[in-house]
Structures are given as structure tokens and as C-alpha cells.
Design a protein around this ligand. Sequence first.
Ligand code: GLN
Length: 446
Amino acid sequence: VTETLAEIEKKEPQVDAFLTIDEAGAQAAAAQVDAKPIATDNLLAGMPIGIKDNLLTDGVTTTAASKMLANFKPVFDATVVEKLKAKDAIMIGKNNLDEFAMGSSTETSAFKKTKNPWNLDKVPGGSSGGSAAAVAAGEVVASLGTDTGGSIRQPAAFNGIVGIKPTYGRVSRWGAIAFASSLDQVGVFSRTVADNATVLQAISGHDEKDSTSADIPVPDFRAALDGNIKGMKIAVAKEYMAEGVAPGVKAQIETAIDTLRSLGATVDEVSLPNSKYAVQIYYIIASSEASSNLSRFDGIRYGYRSPEAKTLEDVYVKSRSEGFGHEVKRRIMLGTFALSSGFYDAYFKKAGQVRTLVIRDFEKVFADYDLVVGPTTPTTAFDLGRKVTDPVTMYMNDILTIPANMAGLPAMSVPAGLVDGLPVGLQIIGKAFDEEAVYRVGYAFE
Ligand code: GLN
């Protein structure tokens, strides 16, 4: 922990991956671990971990990178944080993100811009950009993020590290500040697949506080890490290798596919024809759910209250107008519109129907295949400031990650080489609750 804090002090001025560093808390937790006998069967004991700042941490400021929650100190831990602490992992601090996890570059944070450690002029991706950059910069061994439309996998790809979004329901969302509840999942960043499996193991499992967490056994993920993928059936969706994917990225993924073949897997081309609608329906569904979830920030129960407010109406309107940033307001307006009585059938209902088609596409492919692979992102990390003023361009960046959220499937990004000095990610999508197959292939490949 001492070395981690020293490393953070050295690197933070360039990278800006943390919003809060809980030095005192981390030292105290480390002293407690030191006082116990060494637990040789617990790989997490003493492991320094970063936590995305939309996951509640007892007594430690949790902002969701919003002015709305700038001074919010939770009175309990998110289940994932509680589980890590129970394993004696050390929470080092809170990582920067796009405000309320809405974005793909971490630039919508109300507080700071995180830089990509590979090239400080590039974005770290988002929304979990701080969690990813902290691991890539060597500040922490692992970190937690959340993934609603790609927010773990895309930053993992941009930072050349491993990032998994588990199956919807594998990990409790209790204490994760809700963005879009039917899509949100907590997941793990790390430099290696083995570390990733170790941390996911600790945070997985049913939680009575989250009714959408699945009451099914959690397998031993590390047991899948034997390097053997002979006979596995892997599909490549032709829509994920189409135009729009940068030639350099495509070439790296083709090389990755050759590697998988040489390791003994069979790889065939398949079609996921409805994936092309995924971004459009995502922005209806996610924004609708966000507009409902964010109604709790009313200036009364949590966080920011406008000092100008004189009437009850003022408290709502002024607190929300001043407390939320542009992107969050855009989502609330989109969502409120899509849910309004005159437009509900045309937008929200229709989006739900198309979501079912996306799910069926995957079901068809998974009847014959173990996994789907492809690029995580169409390009490598882009320049800071380049897309943040152009929401549609920013939204299209998630075209390859959103389908797995729509279908609730586990998906991981693993490093697959460099293009012009910047990392490329190979995305591995599995069947529901089959993280083992995802890890098996990721481990054999890395
Ligand atoms: N970039 C997507 C968005 O802006 C996904 C974010 C996420 O997964 N939290 O909504």
C-alpha cells in the first residue's frame, strides 16, 4: 500500500485517474491485514484496488463525477466493495468517470480529465476511464468499473488492459449508482486475465439486496485458466468487422483470430443482423431508464441544493439545473421524451421489441458456438476534446460493445497488439453465465 501510494503520487499529476485517494483508510486497512496471519489461500489480501466513483464507499466521498454529489458521503458500502473488503483487498481510492457514467471518454466528468497513460493527448475511454487508466499506469493492480453500454470494455481496449463485463445478474448492483438498471453491471479491470478472474470471483454471487442478481452458483473461474481451447467453437460476426472499423484495428483482430485457430479453436463467420440497431435502441432504453433513475436527485434527499432556491419548485429546478452537466441533461430530456404518453409506443416500446431481436440473434449463434469474438472498438483511443462536442459521433463509438449489454451477456476485452503505438482490444462475448469460456479463451490468447 505504501508503494502504491508513492506510485500514485508520481503518476497522478499526468494521468488524473483518481477523484479521491483514501490514504488514511488504505493505511489503516493495510495495518489490519498485516496484523493477521498470512492467508496463503487468499490472493486478494493486501491487493490495492481502485473503485469507480459511482460505487458507494462507506464514509468516503462518492460523486459519480457530478456536481450533484460533490460532497456526498455514503453511509454504507456497495456490495462489491463490502465483498472486496471481506477478502482483505485494500480500497485505495475512487476513480474518475463520465458524469453518472454517461460518456465514452471520461470528459463529461464535472471535476477533471483523465489522460490515457499510453499517450497523454488521448482519451482513456469511458465511462470508467479513471479505473482503466489507473491500472494501465501501474497505480493499482486492479479496479472496479461499471458497464452499461461498453464502459468497461472500451476503456480496457484503449488502455491495453483486461476488462470484463460479467453476465447481467452475476454481480450485485446494490450500491452502484443506477444509470440504466436493465443494462448496468459492475466488472473488473486488471493487467492479466488471472488477476481479473480472481477479483471477479470475489465480487460475484447472489445478493438479497439486488433482486436482479442471479441465485446460481459461481464456478471457480481460475480453474478455466489452463490454456486449453482445443475444439472450442468461436464465431466472428461479419457485422463487427465491417466498414467503420479502422483498417489497422481490423488487421490486429485478424491476427488474433489466426492465433485462436493456431491454438486449436475453430473460427467461422456468422451474422448478427440486428446488431446494427443496437446503438439507436440503446440511447432510447438507457436514456429512458436514466431519466427515471435520476429523478431521485431532487435537491432534497441527496447532494447539491441550489443556494438560490426560494420555493419548493425552485429547489427542484435550480438544484437540477445547476447540479447536472450537459450530457446528463441531454439523456434526461431524451428519456423523458421517449417515455411520454404520445411517443412511448413509437420509441420505448419499439426499442424493447428490437432489443428482443438482438437477443435472438445471439441465441441463434450460441446454439452452435461457444463464443463470439471481434474488435472491442472501431478505432484506437481518440484525441482529448475531439468528440465531446459531437454526441452522435461519440455514441457511435460504442457500436461493438452495446449488443452484449442488450442481451445481458458476459464480454471481455483483452489486449490484441498496437496500431501506431496505441492498444487494440479483442472482444470475447460468451453465453449467459459462461464467464469461464470467456476467461479460458482470454487466458490462452494473452
Ligand atoms: N458510452 C455509453 C454511454 O454514454 C456507455 C456508458 C456506460 O457503459 N456506462 O451511455
